[in-house]
Design a protein. Structure first.
Length: 66
């Protein structure tokens, strides 16, 4: 799975969102922490999905800071 991720500052922290799955987001005190949180949620979702998606190894995040 390939996701386009945007990271933006919100208040004192950062929020990472993927356009392909807008219901998930990662939050953190750094942009890296926010992306890692989003990745963890997406991997959990992919592993729970009944489809034949490859979870962590097949997840590619293209990160763009706004």
């Amino acid at each position: 799975m390939h996701c386009s991720v945007t990271v933006r500052r919100e208040g004192a922290g950062f929020v990472a969102r993927a356009a392909e799955v807008p219901e998930y987001e990662g939050r953190g005190t750094s942009s890296q922490e926010a992306v890692e949180g989003l990745r963890a949620q997406l991997v959990f979702w992919l592993e729970a999905c009944p489809c034949d998606q490859t979870a962590d190894d097949g997840l590619v995040l293209d990160v763009r800071h706004t």
